[in-house]
Ligand binder design. Structure first.
Ligand code: FES
Ligand SMILES: [Fe+2]
Length: 402
C-alpha cells in the first residue's frame, strides 16, 4: 500500500517559520565543550523538576537530590510550618555534606563533623563552643536554593537570583499543568534508566513519532493506523521555551483481551481518583529543558532526562497515582501501565545509543529534522539561543576585566 502523508491534517498552532529548516550542527550532541556551556547556560539557571510534594508527606519530611553535573546536592524540607524549602546540602562551618540519607523525617540536621545543628528552615540552632568563632549564628544559616511547586511537582533553580519565577517560566501552561494527574497524586511508581547518550538525543526520541512504526511495531501498533501510518500527532504547540503536542489516537485500535481489561480497570480507577475525563485527547507537554508530562488520566506519566555527561544521561520515569493499591484490580491496572511504559522505552534504548555512537565518530557535521520532528528542532534552537547568549555574556564580562 502506498504510504500517505498526514501532513494535510497537521495543524500548526503558530507560524514555525522562525525555527527554520536548515540542517542542525551535530557537535552539540556529543562535544564536551558544548555540554559545559549547556551546564552553565541552562542547568545552573533554569527551573528543574526534582521531586513531587508527596515525597514530603508531613512536617519534618525531607529529601536529598543530587544534580551531578552541577556538583550540587539539594536538601528539600517541609518545615514544622508546612513550608517547603530547599538548601544546598552543605554545612556552613567548613562545607561538609550535611545529610547523607536521600529521604527521611526530622526537623534538625546535625553535621557529622563538628555537630553544627540546623533547623528545617536552615537556621543554625547550635554549634559546640561557638564563642570561639568570629561570626554570628545568624550569618551561618544553610544556603537557600530557589524552590517552587506547580501541579505538586517540585522545581528548583540553582541560580542564586533566578531571572524569573517558576510561574513566569511556565507562563500560561502553569494553569494547564495544574489539571494534570500529578496535581492530584498522593504516590507514584518510578523506574530509572541510564543510557549512553546525550540528553538532547535521548529527549528527542520522546518528542517525535517518526520512529514509531519501525521501533515499536508491536507495542506502538495502537498509535498508528492506515489514516496515519506514522502515528504523527494531531497538532503541535509552541509556548515560549516549552512545547506541546496532541497525540493522535487510532479509532481502529483493537486491544488484546488483557489490554482491554487493564484499560477498563484503569479508566474506572482514573475516574475514581479524580484524574479527569479519560476520553479527552492526550496532551504531551515538553517543559524546558528536560521534563515531559503526559496529560492523560489513563497514563499519568512524567519523564525527566537528566544529563550526566556529554554522552550519558539518566531518565526518571514516574506514573502518578492517587491512594495506595487497595485491591488486586488497582494493582493490576497500575502494573500494566508501568509495564507498558517500560516495554516501549526498552525498545527505544538501543537505537538512541546507536545514534550516539554514530555521532561520537564525528562522521557528520550536521543532522536533519523533518517537519514532523519540529519539536526536536525547537529544543535545539532554545538550547542554542541560551548557550549563545551565555557565551556572549561571559565574553563581555571577560572583556570588561581587561
Ligand atoms: S564542617 Fe560541619 S560542623 Fe564542621
Ligand atoms: Fe520510541
Amino acid at each position: 500500500m502506498e504510504e500517505s502523508s498526514t501532513q494535510d491534517h497537521i495543524e500548526l498552532d503558530e507560524d514555525t517559520a522562525d525555527l527554520g529548516t536548515s540542517p542542525i550542527p551535530a557537535a552539540p550532541y556529543y562535544q564536551p565543550d558544548y555540554f559545559a556551556l549547556e551546564v552553565e547556560a541552562i542547568f545552573r539557571r533554569s527551573w528543574l523538576q526534582i521531586g513531587h510534594v508527596c515525597e514530603l508527606p508531613e512536617p519534618g519530611s525531607y529529601i536529598v537530590r543530587e544534580i551531578e553535573i552541577a556538583d550540587a546536592s539539594i536538601l528539600i524540607t517541609r518545615g514544622r510550618d508546612d513550608v517547603i524549602r530547599a538548601f544546598h546540602n552543605v554545612c556552613t562551618h567548613r562545607g561538609t555534606q550535611l545529610v547523607s540519607e536521600c529521604e527521611g523525617s526530622r526537623s534538625r540536621f546535625s553535621c557529622p563533623y563538628h555537630r553544627w545543628t540546623f533547623a528545617d528552615d536552615g537556621e543554625l540552632l547550635s554549634a559546640p563552643d561557638f564563642e570561639r568563632f568570629y561570626v554570628d549564628k545568624a550569618d551561618c544559616a544553610l544556603t537557600p536554593v530557589a524552590v517552587d511547586v506547580c501541579a505538586r511537582l517540585i522545581f528548583v533553580n540553582l541560580d542564586a537570583t533566578p531571572q524569573e519565577s517558576l510561574a513566569e517560566f511556565l507562563g500560561p501552561l502553569a494553569t494547564e499543568l495544574e489539571e494534570l494527574p500529578s496535581a492530584q497524586a498522593t504516590t507514584f511508581s518510578e523506574y530509572t534508566y541510564e543510557i549512553e547518550a546525550n540528553w538532547k538525543l535521548t529527549y528527542d526520541n520522546f518528542q517525535e513519532n517518526y520512529h514509531l512504526r519501525f521501533i515499536h511495531p508491536r507495542s506502538g501498533a495502537a498509535a498508528a493506523g492506515p489514516q496515519n501510518p506514522f502515528g504523527y500527532p494531531v497538532n503541535f504547540g509552541f509556548h515560549g521555551t516549552h512545547r506541546t503536542q496532541t497525540i493522535w489516537s487510532n479509532p481502529d485500535a483493537r486491544p488484546l483481551p488483557f489490554q482491554g481489561l487493564a484499560f477498563v480497570k484503569g479508566a474506572e480507577l482514573a475516574m475514581r481518583d479524580g484524574f479527569g475525563d479519560v476520553t479527552r485527547a492526550k496532551q504531551y507537554y515538553a517543559i524546558f529543558p528536560n521534563l515531559f508530562l503526559l496529560g492523560s488520566p489513563m497514563t499519568p506519566f512524567s519523564q525527566c532526562v537528566i544529563p550526566l555527561s556529554p554522552t550519558r544521561s539518566r531518565g526518571v520515569i514516574r506514573l502518578y497515582w492517587n491512594g495506595e493499591d487497595d485491591c488486586a484490580s488497582r494493582r493490576f491496572a497500575r502494573e500494566y501501565a508501568m509495564a507498558t511504559a517500560r516495554d516501549i522505552h526498552s525498545e527505544d534504548r538501543a537505537v538512541i545509543e546507536a545514534g550516539q555512537r554514530g555521532l561520537n565518530s564525528g562522521a557528520l557535521t550536521h543532522i536533519h529534522f523533518q517537519s514532523q520532528e519540529i519539536l526536536c528542532r525547537h529544543l535545539f534552537q532554545e538550547v542554542n539561543r541560551r548557550v549563545e547568549n551565555w557565551r556572549a555574556e561571559r565574553d563581555a564580562a571577560g572583556r570588561a576585566l581587561l
